[in-house]
Design a protein around this ligand. Structure first.
Ligand code: UN1
Length: 476
C-alpha cells in the first residue's frame, strides 16, 4: 500500500485507488491511499514548522543528505526503473535512464548546496558596504506530472532542499509508486522529520490546499496549460512565488542539406520515444521541399519497423499510451486531423498485443498546414505532423508561429542556417542536429510563451526560483 508521508510518518488516507499498468491493465502495480484537504493542510503546517530546523542544519549536512539520496537512487536503479516503466509505460531503457538522471540531479544539487553564494560591492554612499545574498524561501509546494515520474520530482525536490527549503510534494495520481519509492529513499536519508512530505490525492483536494495555503511561499508546477493557468491565478492572488512548466508544440526543422540518417533518427526519437508523451516532443516536423519526399519515405519505413509493445518486453522501442483518457484524446486528434484534411501516412490505429494495454501505432500526418489544430494544440501522444515548406525562411516562420515556445530543433549541415535558427528561434531551448527532447540536468530548462512561466528550472538557474535575494547595507 502506497501512503502519504507527513511529519516523518506514513499516513493513512481517506480513499483507495488502484495503480494499473498501461502495458497490461490486468496487472495492478499496487494501491495507493488518497488524503484529503485537511490532511494536506496538516502536512503544510508540519513542513512550515520544520523550516528553521532545516535551515539551521547547515549546508554541509544538507549536501551530505542530498548526495546520499542520489547514491541510493542509483543503487536501486534496476528496481526503480522497472517499477517506473511498469506504472508509466515508457520502455525499460527509458525508465532506467530516467532513474539514473534523477540520481545525478540529487548529486548535482548536493554540490550546489555548498556553493550558494552572493556578492558584495561598495555602496554609492562612501563608508557603506552592500552585500547581496540568497536565502531560503521557507516552504515550497511541488506539483508534478505523470510523464517523468521520478526525474521531474527530482529536479524540483533536490533544489528546493539544497537551497534550504522544506517541501510538500504532490505527485500525479497515475504514478504513485515511483513517488512512494522516492519518498522511501528520502525518508531514510537523515532528513529531520517534517522537512519533506509526500501528499497523495486529487488536484481538487491536495492540489488546491497547496496552491491556496498562505504557509507555502512558492509553488512549482509541471503539467497542463489549463491547470497551470489556474495555479498562476491562485498563487498570484496571494503573491506567492510561482514557476510553471507546461506544454509544447515543438518544431523540428529539416532542411534540404540535412544528413538524412540524422534527421530521421532525430524525428523518430523526438516524436515517438516515451510514446510522444513529453512536453519537449518533436510534434511538428517542418521539412523543406527538396528533402520532403525522401524524408517522409525513410521516416515511415523506420516507424513501421518500430517495436510497439509491453514496456518491459526486451526490444520494445515504444510502450503504450499512459491511460484510457490520454488514449481517447489521442484518438480524437486523429479524427480532428483527418477532418482538417491531413493525411495519415503511417499508424493511425490502435494495436493489440499479448497483454491488454493502451497501444497506439506511431502516427504521421502529412499534407498539413500550420494553422490546423493538429499543428497548434499539444496532443501529448505518439502523433507527429509533417509540414512541407519551400525554404528555410518559411520553415523558421512556421517554427515560431505557435502559442508555445519550449524547445525547437533544426537538422542541417549549414553553419549559416543553424546559427541563424539558434538566434531567431523563439523557444527557450534550441537543438541543432539533435531531437527536441532529452535534456541535461545541469543547465537551465524552460520555455517561452504558454510553455513556461517564472524562472528557469535546473542547473544553477534553479537558485533564482528556490531562493529569495537579500540586499544588506552595512555601515560601521
Ligand atoms: C526531456 O525532454 O528530457 O514534461 C525532459 C516534460 C518536460 C521534461 C522533458 N518537463 O516532458
Amino acid at each position: 500500500m502506497n501512503r502519504s508521508y507527513i511529519g516523518g510518518d506514513w499516513v493513512e488516507g481517506k480513499s483507495v485507488l488502484k495503480n494499473l499498468n498501461p502495458s497490461d491493465i490486468n496487472d495492478c502495480v499496487g494501491e495507493f491511499e488518497c488524503i484529503d484537504q485537511s490532511q494536506t493542510n496538516e502536512a503544510i503546517q508540519v513542513a512550515s514548522d520544520a523550516t528553521t530546523d532545516w535551515q539551521e542544519i547547515g549546508i554541509h549536512r544538507r549536501a551530505e543528505i542530498l548526495d546520499s539520496i542520489g547514491s541510493k537512487i542509483l543503487e536501486r536503479k534496476d528496481e526503480l526503473g522497472t517499477l517506473l516503466s511498469r506504472e508509466e509505460g515508457k520502455t525499460l531503457p527509458e525508465g532506467l535512464g530516467e532513474v539514473e538522471r534523477a540520481g545525478h540531479i540529487f548529486k548535482f544539487f548536493a554540490g550546489e548546496a555548498v556553493r550558494i553564494s552572493g556578492s558584495s560591492m561598495d555602496s554609492v554612499r562612501y563608508g557603506v558596504d552592500v552585500e547581496i545574498s540568497r536565502e531560503p524561501l521557507g516552504l515550497v509546494g511541488i506539483i508534478t506530472p505523470w510523464n517523468f515520474p521520478i526525474a521531474i520530482p527530482a529536479w524540483k525536490i533536490a533544489p528546493a532542499l539544497a537551497y534550504g527549503n522544506t517541501v510538500v510534494f504532490k505527485p500525479a495520481g497515475l504514478v504513485p509508486a515511483s513517488a512512494h519509492a522516492l519518498t522511501e529513499i528520502i525518508s531514510e536519508s537523515g532528513l529531520p522529520s517534517g522537512v519533506f512530505n509526500l501528499v497523495m490525492g486529487s488536484g481538487s483536494e491536495v492540489g488546491a490546499a497547496i496552491v491556496e495555503s498562505p504557509l507555502i511561499s512558492a509553488v512549482t508546477f509541471t503539467g497542463s496549460v489549463e491547470t497551470g493557468r489556474d495555479v498562476l491565478v491562485k498563487t498570484a492572488e496571494r503573491q506567492a512565488k510561482v514557476q510553471l512548466e507546461m506544454g509544447g508544440k515543438n518544431p523540428l526543422v529539416i532542411l534540404d542539406d540535412a544528413d538524412l540518417d540524422i534527421a530521421v533518427e532525430c524525428a523518430l526519437n523526438g516524436a515517438f520515444y516515451s510514446t510522444g508523451q513529453r512536453c519537449t516532443a518533436s510534434s511538428r516536423l517542418i521539412v523543406t521541399s527538396g528533402i520532403h519526399d525522401h524524408f517522409v519515405t525513410r521516416l515511415v519505413e523506420r516507424m513501421e519497423k518500430m517495436k510497439v509493445d509491453h514496456a518491459l518486453e526486451p526490444g520494445t522501442e515504444m510502450g503504450p499510451v499512459v491511460d484510457e483518457t490520454q488514449l481517447k484524446q489521442d484518438l480524437e486528434y486523429l479524427e480532428i486531423g483527418r477532418s482538417e484534411g491531413a493525411e495519415i501516412v503511417s499508424g493511425g490505429i490502435q494495436l493489440e498485443r499479448k497483454t491488454k494495454g493502451y497501444y497506439l501505432a506511431p502516427t504521421l500526418f502529412t499534407e498539413t498546414s500550420n494553422n490546423m489544430r493538429i499543428n497548434q494544440e499539444e496532443i501529448f501522444g505518439p502523433i507527429a505532423t509533417v509540414l512541407k515548406v519551400k525554404d528555410y525562411e518559411e520553415a523558421l516562420s512556421a517554427a515560431n508561429d505557435t502559442s508555445f515556445g519550449l524547445s525547437a530543433g533544426i537538422c542541417t549541415n549549414s553553419l549559416k542556417y543553424s546559427r541563424h535558427f539558434r538566434h531567431k528561434s523563439e523557444a527557450g531551448m534550441v537543438m541543432v542536429n539533435l531531437p527536441t527532447a532529452g535534456v541535461d540536468y545541469h543547465v537551465p530548462f524552460g520555455g517561452r510563451r504558454n510553455s513556461s512561466f517564472g524562472p528557469r528550472e535546473q542547473g544553477q538557474a534553479a537558485a533564482q526560483f528556490y531562493t529569495a535575494t537579500k540586499t544588506a547595507y552595512i555601515s560601521s
